[in-house]
Design a protein around this ligand. Structure first.
Ligand SMILES: *Cc1c(COP(=O)(O)O)cnc(C)c1O
Length: 388
């Protein structure tokens, strides 16, 4: 059966070059990077190289890159670590209403331990208004966290502007760049943020490893207390295998992200144009142009999102309905709620997300299947048949 993977924002296949870079650390190179003997040193060297590769990818210096156990951990660290570090100065944090659950739930947790949190609304494209961020700042504000691009609808946020407002106010700024990295230019100096999150498995790397960029001088508490690893800020023997993979993935993307983005945009536009022309009563979500090149997010009227996902899956096409992290709940995701989709469409958010490995033939297959599945589901829908 034809199988087409269009869920690259949930996770990506590992690039074979990344897998090859990780291979030695599963076998002969096994030392603990904290040890000073030769076995330890070879692993410490691997980590230093990976730190350099990640730093180069983000326009940072290696001393500002801290490895974590993935994007969620880095987000938790950024939000709670800065809030705790600045708690004597004030107990207020700000984030957008459409952050990934790793940021949203960290802010909710802070609320449960005596902090105040402000969730910035977005417009119907999912854009945060920098003026609203400015209005939300108080003398107590420790942190503002607004994602670089939304992982569901792909909207690119005005992070540089928000970071500038924060800097002028003496507030720490964080951006979750997990969805954005590898799809658009990401340079910490241009963005002007103090903290930035990436995750390897969204970048053709392995799962369970990520990094937090921490600008030199940023006040942050450790999240994982333990040994001296990561300058004493993130204890625990390092995931050398994963870190080698993250480094390689960043090195590859540094050279290839533009051609990948162009390829993904072409496939995305081909699919969007075709389904918009063929399938009536369809809403395209996200900002028309301030949007990642690899995401197509649609709400299909008179159809239920889960049914659409399952029927597409039966035809071999893997997509996401809402966000992978919120599957299991019948509630629309915070992003879908925040952008205000009309009720007849709000039950059917579907995200198709592309990667460098997708082909035009896969897109053409998907277009046929999408059209067929929507028509089939609507033919058995009483509300579709009764519509005016
Ligand atoms: C996937 C994702 C995360 C979480 O990263 P993990 O490595 O899976 O923990 C955080 N933020 C965004 C925007 C994501 O898409």
């Amino acid at each position: 059966m034809t199988r087409v993977y269009l869920d690259n924002n949930s996770t990506t296949p590992v690039d074979p070059r990344v897998a090859a870079a990780m291979e030695p650390y599963l076998h002969e190179v096994f030392g603990n990077p904290s040890n000073i003997h030769s076995f330890g040193r070879e692993c410490a060297e691997t980590m230093a190289e990976a730190r350099e590769q990640v730093a180069t990818f983000l326009g940072a210096s290696p001393e500002e890159i801290f490895f974590t156990g993935g994007g969620s951990e880095a987000d938790n660290w950024a939000v709670k670590g800065t809030a705790f570090a600045r708690a004597d100065h004030g107990k207020h944090v700000v984030c957008s209403a459409i952050e990934h659950s790793a940021v949203l739930e960290s802010c909710r947790y802070l609320e449960s331990v005596g902090f105040r949190a402000t969730y910035l609304p977005v417009d119907r494209y999912g854009l945060v208004d920098p003026d609203a961020a400015k209005q939300a700042l108080t003398p107590e504000t420790a942190l503002v966290s607004v994602m670089l691009a939304n992982n569901e609808i792909g909207t690119i946020e005005p992070v540089a502007e928000i970071a500038r407002i924060c800097r002028e106010a003496g507030v720490t700024s964080h951006t979750d760049a997990v969805a954005a990295a590898g799809k658009m230019r990401v340079d910490v100096k241009e963005l002007g943020v103090d903290l930035l999150t990436i995750s390897a498995h969204k970048l053709q790397g392995p799962k369970g490893v990520g990094a937090l960029y921490i600008r030199e001088g940023t006040k942050i508490h450790p999240l994982v207390h333990g040994g001296h690893q990561e300058k004493g800020l993130r204890g625990g023997t390092e995931n050398v295998i994963g870190i080698a993979g993250l480094g390689k993935a960043c090195e590859i993307l540094k050279a290839e992200w533009q051609q990948n983005a162009e390829h993904e945009r072409k496939l995305r536009d081909r699919l969007e144009q075709a389904i918009m022309a063929r399938v009536p009563e369809l809403i395209l979500d996200g900002h028309p142009d301030k949007r990642l090149p690899n995401i197509c997010h649609v709400c299909v009227g008179y159809v239920e999102g889960e049914a659409l996902l399952m029927n597409l899956d039966m035809e071999g096409v893997a997509v996401a309905s809402g966000s992978a992290c919120s599957t299991g709940s019948a509630e629309p995701s915070p992003t879908i709620k925040a952008i205000g989709i009309p009720p007849l469409f709000a039950n059917s958010p579907v995200r198709l997300s592309f990667g460098p490995g997708n082909t035009e033939a896969e897109i053409d297959y998907t277009i046929e299947v999408f059209d067929k599945v929507v028509a089939r589901l609507r033919s058995i829908s009483p509300i579709w048949n009764r519509r005016a």
